[in-house]
Design a protein around this ligand. Structure first.
Ligand SMILES: Nc1nc2c(ncn2[C@@H]2O[C@H](COP(=O)(O)OP(=O)(O)OP(=O)(O)O)[C@@H](O)[C@H]2O)c(=O)[nH]1
Ligand SMILES: [Mg+2]
Length: 393
């Protein structure tokens, strides 16, 4: 499963985001370091379900009237403060929690109402662009530290006649989620001495920055958009990084109201409808959220996850089925599974994602939308429904 980590300074709203996106019960409070142990749960990204192209909606539990929710893992970690990689704040172990993440959502307090340590200050007095820089810097320095600590091993390996710097670094960095291709691409970008013994701290740091950016891409969530001065969001946009304005608190209120049956709202909708009885205070609260949604096209929470998976990680959704006419599995469930595969994946890749035996026994595949056989090199597209024929199925 794809794993997205919520990182950021303390008190920015990571746990509120997490709580809204997973509906798990976690602590949220207006002081730094509310979260100590990481929270790990299941959320989802939203896409158009292929059933929209047919007469009937599929009725799958992950599909609400054609809005398809595909599971991803979400991680909520303790806040990072400047110097975290050297053990400041709650230290380094939380950076280690990010190891398995495919992408990072940096939850920024766009209201400027908390300082770099996460302590409450007057709204608009802290510049949120600073936390964008230091969070990235902490992650880069943390990886540089890992590379430093392992460098002796690389030096030792370099004495062997069949030493290959790409292989050695790939081996060191796989634990961090870097593939051989990532390492090779980073090394192509950088100037470095052949002999690892000649590498300086600067060489290792440059490698760390490049590998980090490649393997842990970051998207910014400009949280607390409900109270943020508009110029703060503009300034965040000027960083040139992807920025999604959001209100985690608004999303949480809406999901709780939807669960209680008083509003009609599906995550990622740009508006909601009140369908139950509410107190004046509750109605007023929801109407305030509606204003932010109207301005921003929604609460931003679902949008942020969707952007991380579909844009930053460039994934597509593919749906394997056993019956290409009814789009069902062996038990008759319509479109029961959805896989988030890297763009460029082929039917064989989908077969392997379903099960390694299905991949090993791959014979051919049928595009269930066109009812035509597709070649082994066919590039899957968003929303493809595919029947895989395999000796193992
Ligand atoms: N106005 C406003 N406040 C928010 C929003 N999201 C979160 N908050 C508030 O911000 C404070 C911190 O929220 P948390 O979710 O605990 O923040 P955190 O980033 O997990 O904090 P640590 O665990 O301490 O690192 C709480 O008082 C939340 O209610 C939002 O969208 N708007
Ligand atoms: Mg927290």
């Amino acid at each position: 499963m794809i794993s997205i980590a919520l990182a950021g300074k303390p008190n920015a709203g990571k746990s509120t985001f997490y709580k809204a996106a997973t509906m798990a019960d976690v602590d949220v409070a207006n002081y730094p370091f509310t979260t100590i142990d990481a929270n790990r749960g299941v959320s989802s990204v939203r896409t158009d379900c292929p059933c929209l192209e047919r007469d009937e909606r599929c009725g799958d539990e992950h599909c609400r009237a054609g809005k398809r929710y595909v599971p991803i893992e979400l991680l909520d970690v303790a806040g990072l403060v400047p110097g975290a990689h050297e053990g400041r704040g709650l230290g380094n172990q939380f950076l280690d929690e990010l190891t398995n993440a495919d992408a990072i959502v940096n939850v920024v307090d766009a209201s400027g109402g908390t300082n770099e340590e996460g302590e409450p200050v007057e709204v608009g007095t802290y510049d949120p662009v600073e936390e964008v820089d230091f969070i990235e810097e902490e992650m880069d320095q943390w990886l540089a530290g890992i590379i430093d600590r392992n460098w002796e091993t690389v030096e030792r390996q370099s004495r062997s006649p069949d030493f290959d710097v790409d292989d050695a670094l790939a081996e060191m960095l796989t634990g961090f989620g870097a593939t051989e291709a990532d390492v090779a691409a980073s090394l192509r970008d950088l100037d470095y001495p052949e002999d690892p013994i000649q590498w300086t701290d600067d060489h290792r740091e440059a490698l760390a920055r490049d590998v980090r950016a490649r393997t842990k891409p970051i998207i910014l969530v400009a949280n607390k958009a409900d109270v943020a001065p508009p110029e703060n969001i503009e300034r965040l946009n000027e960083t040139g990084k992807p920025v999604i304005p959001a209100t985690a608190e608004g999303e949480l209120a809406l999901r709780q109201a939807a669960e209680a049956g008083v509003v009609d709202y599906d995550p990622g909708d740009d508006d909601f409808e009140i369908v139950g009885d509410l107190s004046d205070e509750q109605s007023a609260g929801l109407e305030k959220i509606r204003e932010v949604m109207a301005e921003r096209g929604g609460t931003g929470i679902q949008t942020a996850l969707d952007h991380a998976v579909y844009e930053l990680l460039d994934r597509i959704t593919a749906y394997p089925v056993q019956n290409e006419t009814r789009w069902t599995d062996a038990k008759g469930n319509v479109l029961p599974d959805a896989f988030l595969l890297p763009r460029g994946s082929t039917p064989t890749d989908l077969a392997y994602a379903v099960h390694s035996d299905i991949g090993d026994g791959y014979l051919h595949a049928v595009n269930a939308k066109t009812n035509r056989e597709v070649s082994e090199s066919y590039e899957l597209e968003e929303g493809d429904v595919i029947k895989i024929v395999s000796t193992a199925s």
